[in-house]
Design a protein around this ligand. Structure first.
Ligand code: GRF
Length: 217
């Protein structure tokens, strides 16, 4: 099977990017990371990508007059690299409608909540404030509205009584690093198809585990 050419867009530390880079290095992984792009020249993740010999590119949003112009510059670089799938990994810019249309069903994002709950920022604090017992993370196709789009993969984690935003974030992040490579694999293997507002998965078995928090005695 031909390898799916993937670009990863980051703005910061890039731990999800690192998880993706590690995953695609496995012999049977049907995708390759051909580019890591950042809108911030000092994004820590860029160093990690360079150390892994992945081509990097910085396109600073501040250098452009409009979101559309910035996005068009990204499209040019992505298209030139032959990219077929764009993974947003802590990329802190909203994408224009034009960009979303140009790359329809070719952009995915990871978000640290069980969408459609807790879209937006400060998710961990807001989940603790709301007192939910189960948190999680979601990989979804990107649509112009923030944190919206057909869902590919989700993972659930329990929230502890003494959790802080940091401890909860760490517990969720561990699962993010598992489900992002899984989502890329599903797409690369042609097993995921967005139709309407949801994703149809081929060869998909229901997991056996159930998560109840607090656990029943
Ligand atoms: C992750 O929590 C991700 O879900 C969210 O931004 C954070 C990025 O972290 N979209 P990292 O840069 O991948 O470490």
């Amino acid at each position: 099977m031909a390898h799916l050419k993937v670009a990863i867009l980051i703005s910061g530390r890039g731990s999800n990017m690192a998880a993706l880079i590690e995953a695609v290095q496995m012999a049977d992984f049907p995708a390759e990371v051909v580019l890591v792009m950042s809108n911030r020249s000092h994004a820590v993740g860029l160093e990690v990508a360079r150390a892994a010999n992945i081509p990097t590119q910085v396109i600073r949003h501040g250098d452009f007059d409009s979101r559309e112009a910035f996005d068009a510059a990204m499209t040019e670089v992505l298209a030139a690299a032959g990219v077929r799938l764009i993974c947003l990994a802590g990329f802190m810019r909203l994408l224009s409608t034009e960009f979303c249309q140009r790359w329809h069903d070719s952009v995915i994002n990871i978000h640290p909540s069980l969408l459609p709950a807790f879209k937006g920022m400060h998710v961990h604090e807001r989940m603790l404030e709301a007192g939910v017992r189960i948190a999680g993370c979601t990989v979804h196709y990107v649509r112009p509205a923030m944190d919206e789009g057909p869902i590919l993969v989700q993972a659930a984690v329990p929230i502890a009584a003494d959790d802080t935003a940091d401890s909860l974030s760490a517990r969720i992040l561990e699962q993010e690093h598992r489900i992002y490579p899984l989502a890329v694999r599903l797409i690369a293997e042609g097993r995921a198809r967005a139709a309407g507002g949801s994703v149809t998965l081929k060869n998909f078995e229901l997991p056996e585990q159930r998560l109840i928090n607090p656990p029943p005695r």
